[in-house]
Write a protein that binds this ligand. Structure first.
Ligand code: FE2
Ligand code: FE2
Length: 307
């Protein structure tokens, strides 16, 4: 089944009134963009660039693992959720692939080597048992919950005056992560349900992706001769400390045996974005978030044109 088949199948379920919306998710990026897209902050920029490098390998892995698990699931509502999960994820990674290509061509040719390493890592992971792979998926999606709350909730301090294309892309990706936040967990619970493999998956999925993302971050800093200095060390420690402070509590809560992602709340911005998108003209390209605005509102009222 091709990516297009996955998207069309899940979009059909959406039209039948399912709650996870599989919308057209398509972003283009200018051919030339500054890889340091958060002004004066190469550490934050390259941290997210490094995480982006993992997505064209991680998200297809999530999709294929979910498809494999479907044969073990009887609940029609959960099956519809799993299809919608795949419909969203299958579009995300194609945009990340485009972004990563632009980044690579914008002075970071060493990313090709990093991507080869990430590819090998997911090829190895695909040989593991379905239980372990699903626990990894559910664990990674737990960390994504934390990233969503951090990136959207703190968008004004994280991305002031940052590149609008990349900021809008990341924030929109995070909105859809909220919509399908329960699916990988529910699928794991339906197929296996054991606590300890799930708990291991929280650590494996989260730190596995973070570790690969950091390889990309360090590679970019090295390629730009920004890695070896006291300022770089302080900048890296600061960014990673902020991330762990914001995201760590989500992982700790996910390690509880009673964890359920439904217990997690999201920033109001997510609801505003979903409502705004539902009433937006589908013929128009998605407007960009205005990163020069102090509150960085959802973009639909202003209809900031794409450039
Ligand atoms: Fe995604
Ligand atoms: Fe996801």
């Amino acid at each position: 089944m091709t990516t297009q088949d996955v998207v069309e199948e899940s979009a059909a379920d959406t039209q039948m009134g399912h709650s996870i919306v599989v919308r057209t998710f398509d972003f283009d990026f200018p051919d030339t963009l500054d890889p340091v897209w958060v002004p004066d902050n190469p550490y934050r920029s390259h941290f997210f660039n490094g995480v982006s490098l993992t997505m064209p390998y991680l998200e297809p892995y999530l999709v294929s693992t979910m498809r494999e698990a479907m044969v073990q699931v009887d609940d029609p509502a959960l099956l519809a959720d799993m299809k919608a999960f795949n419909g969203q994820e299958a579009q995300h990674y194609q945009c990340h692939r485009r972004l990563n290509a632009v980044l690579t061509n914008s002075g970071l040719p060493g990313f090709a080597k990093v991507e080869a390493r990430i590819k090998r890592s997911y090829e190895r992971l695909r040989t593991r048992s379905l239980r372990r792979r699903m626990a990894y998926s559910a664990g990674f999606e737990t960390m994504t919950n934390g990233f969503t709350n951090w990136m959207i909730g703190k968008r004004c301090s994280l991305f002031p005056n940052a590149d609008r294309h990349i900021t809008t892309f990341w924030l929109t990706h995070m909105v859809e992560e909220v919509e399908h936040k329960t699916v990988a967990f529910d699928a794991y619970q339906a197929c296996f349900g054991e606590y300890w493999p799930r708990a291991f998956g929280v650590l494996h999925g989260s730190f596995g992706v973070l570790g690969l993302g950091l390889v990309g971050m360090f590679s970019a800093l090295k390629q730009q001769n920004k890695l070896f200095s006291l300022g770089a060390a302080l900048g890296i420690v600061r960014e990673l400390s902020i991330m762990l402070y914001e995201v760590g509590p989500f992982l700790l809560r996910a390690l509880r045996p009673s964890y359920d992602p439904r217990q997690e709340n999201e920033p109001q911005w997510v609801d505003e974005w979903i409502a705004g998108h539902a009433h937006a003209d589908p013929a128009r390209p998605l407007p960009l978030v205005d990163t020069s605005q102090a509150t960085m509102n959802v973009p639909f009222q202003a209809q900031t044109p794409r450039v």
